[in-house]
Design a protein around this ligand. Structure first.
Ligand code: GTP
Ligand code: SPV
Ligand code: MN
Length: 592
């Protein structure tokens, strides 16, 4: 039975039913009973494996197809009416052509299958920031993931009422055929169509497709911002909490930073860190003129490898109940899961992520895919912010950009002002990771960590950033920074311990926001004096000299980089905002 009388919803679903021809239609109401039933069905078909319910209550394991383990950027399209609107950094397809191609692929593909109708809210239901979506899928795995990652159920439709303001999403598994895999966004139609995949970012349509690609376009039109940013709160010993948003590319440390455990020294003093979000921020100006952010998601779709009690105990704790693991190794001895970097004791009697028997003590092969993931409910997180459900979001003191760069980018620097900060975000570059299909470790430009996620022309997106800044009182605008946890020495070792110790850098950032500490005015922006980054307790890991060396501006490298920026900007022709062209000229002059 349909859960709404909304005509725009019902007529759209009717059309899609006509197209894909499901045997049954099931509306997802979000009830416990329904979820249990779906889990049982998925276990009976092998789509899910029920894990040890004593050690991991309500936890399940799923394996995707071997050819379907990451986002596919080459097959992701922005189907705006003109190519120019999608811009040079997006793949573009003309909308009517795209619809025709996708409908041909989707036609009859639900025959013998069930259509699940998922009404969901991105953001707390009814929050002024929140937006509604409806995803149609023929995958129980998608339903159960969406139930964790978003707010799903009847109340979403009640809030929607008769409105036509909701995002349409059609997902068809089809045959998981790589050659016919397409992830298409139609920003002008509020529509997403995804075919031939069953992997996370390609099919959980509330996440990257809606909350970033469609929402970034909506934000442009409506005066707000959708960003690939974590949100965390830092509580000082006086009990004051300051919030930071940070944009790092995929698999570059957002989940880890969002849940960081303060170093002993800071814990003793009374510092605490609160996680509001680990991947996406929706940001808008509040009544007091400051920028406020919400996390539109309700769970974490986190990278499993490398997550352990030391690196990210909060993430690990979050995965102990109600979690779906994707493409990790299955320990048959105790029916639990394992991944590289969990501990130094891989299971001998196990099944690797592709489904083959695996002896982790002897095998050279990996047990878990490098982009294996956990889907964990946010409420599980021990450091979840009390503001997580706040419909009005949290006020942002600082915006931090950062990438994975072995050389060049210093540990941290601050932009001179908002517009320079936009420039700093626009010139971000990072080494590619396993989160997307393709080569790993290649440096590429990834402005604001939005390269794969911006739903319109990146030059317009930069201008939107500049325009937002122009509406802000400089006293109230967040200060903008850049960080790099990934500098390496000549032997290839990380020069900064990272993880919990990143709080030492965040402390400097907060101090800068409050005007409590001086900085060196350099060619690229404000850089800390080494003495102002607290390295107490890091003896043996970081010396003052090595800290100084990762805070240095290496002019020759920057000259080289400026050329790369110029080439990148050239792709946008005269759409490059004048402000950014001027900032580039200044940088070039400064590092001459
Ligand atoms: P997405 O979910 O793909 O958006 O990734 P993310 O940005 O949330 O990245 P995540 O926190 O999952 O970290 C990805 C990888 O980076 C993991 O293997 C981490 O162990 C590693 N990592 C995270 N923070 C640090 C750090 O401070 N230093 C170093 N060296 N590695 C880090
Ligand atoms: C990312 O790749 O940035 C992710 C994972 O957060 S996915 O949902 O697959 O996009
Ligand atoms: Mn991400």
């Amino acid at each position: 039975m349909a859960l709404t009388t909304n005509k725009s919803v019902l007529s759209w679903i009717d059309e899609k039913v006509e197209l894909v021809k499901p045997d049954n239609i099931v509306w997802i109401d979000g009830s416990k009973e329904q979820i249990e039933e779906l889990r049982a069905t998925a276990c009976s078909t092998g789509e899910l494996i029920k894990l040890n319910q004593e050690l991991l209550p309500d936890c399940y394991l799923h394996r995707t197809a071997v050819n379907d383990v990451a986002r596919v950027e080459g097959r992701t399209f922005i189907c705006a009416s003109t190519k120019e609107e999608a811009g040079p950094t997006n793949n573009w397809m003309e909308p009517s052509e795209a619809y025709k191609m996708l409908y041909d692929i989707a036609r009859d593909s639900y025959k013998g299958r069930t259509m699940y109708v998922i009404p969901y809210s991105m953001g707390p239901v009814g929050s002024p920031f929140a937006k509604v979506g409806i995803e149609l899928t023929d995958s129980i795995y998608v339903v159960l993931n969406m139930v964790i990652m978003t707010r799903v159920g009847k109340d979403v439709l009640e809030v929607l009422g008769d409105s036509n303001d909701w995002v349409r999403g059609l997902h068809c598994r089809c045959d998981i055929d790589e050659e016919k895999r397409y992830i298409c966004q139609f920003p002008q139609d509020n529509t997403i169509i995804s075919v031939n995949s069953g992997y996370g970012g390609n099919v959980l349509l509330g996440k990257k497709c809606f909350a970033l690609r469609i929402a970034s376009y909506q934000g442009w039109k409506e005066g707000w911002q959708a960003e690939h940013m974590l949100i965390l709160g830092i509580e000082n010993p006086q009990g004051e909490v300051k919030y930071i948003c940070a944009a790092f590319p995929s698999a570059c440390g957002k989940t880890n930073l969002a849940m960081l455990i303060p170093p002993e020294l800071y814990k003793e003093k009374g510092y605490k860190v609160w996680c509001v979000g680990d991947d996406i921020s929706w940001i808008r100006k509040g009544p007091d003129g400051r920028l406020y952010a919400i996390n539109p998601e309700n769970g974490f779709f986190g990278v499993a490898p490398g997550t352990n009690v030391k690196s990210n105990p909060n993430a690990l704790a979050s995965t102990k109940k109600g979690t779906i693991f994707t493409n990790v190794a299955h320990n048959l001895d105790d029916n639990t899961v394992w991944w590289e970097g969990l501990d130094k004791n891989p299971p001998a009697n196990a099944v690797e992520w592709k489904g083959n028997p695996w002896n982790g003590q002897e095998s050279e092969e990996k047990g878990a895919h490098p982009n294996s993931r956990f889907t964990a409910p946010a409420v599980n997180c021990p450091c979840l912010s009390p503001e997580f459900e706040n419909p009005n979001g949290v006020p942002i003191s600082a915006i931090v950009f950062g990438g994975r760069r072995a050389k060049l980018a210093p540990l941290v620097y601050q932009s001179r002002d908002w517009n320079h900060g936009v420039f700093v975000g626009s010139i971000m570059a990072s080494e590619t990771t396993a989160a997307a299909a393709g080569a790993v470790g290649v440096v590429r430009r990834d402005p604001m960590a939005m390269l794969p996620f911006c739903g319109y022309n990146m030059a317009d997106y930069w201008q939107h950033w500049i325009d937002i800044g122009a509406t802000l009182d400089p006293e109230k605008a967040p200060k903008i920074f850049n960080v790099n946890w990934f500098r390496k020495d000549d032997e290839g070792n990380f020069m900064w311990p990272g993880f919990g110790d990143n709080l030492r850098v965040l402390e400097w950032i907060i101090n800068r926001c409050e005007g409590k500490v001086d900085a060196k005015d350099t060619e690229i922006g404000y850089i800390p004096y080494a003495k102002d980054i607290n390295i107490e307790g890091l003896e043996g890991e970081v010396s003052l000299e090595s800290l100084e060396s990762i805070l240095e501006v290496e002019k020759e490298l920057w000259q080289e980089d400026a050329k790369g920026i110029e080439e990148f900007y050239a792709k946008f022709g005269d759409k490059i905002p004048a402000v950014l062209a001027e900032e580039l000229a200044t940088l070039k002059k400064n590092v001459q």
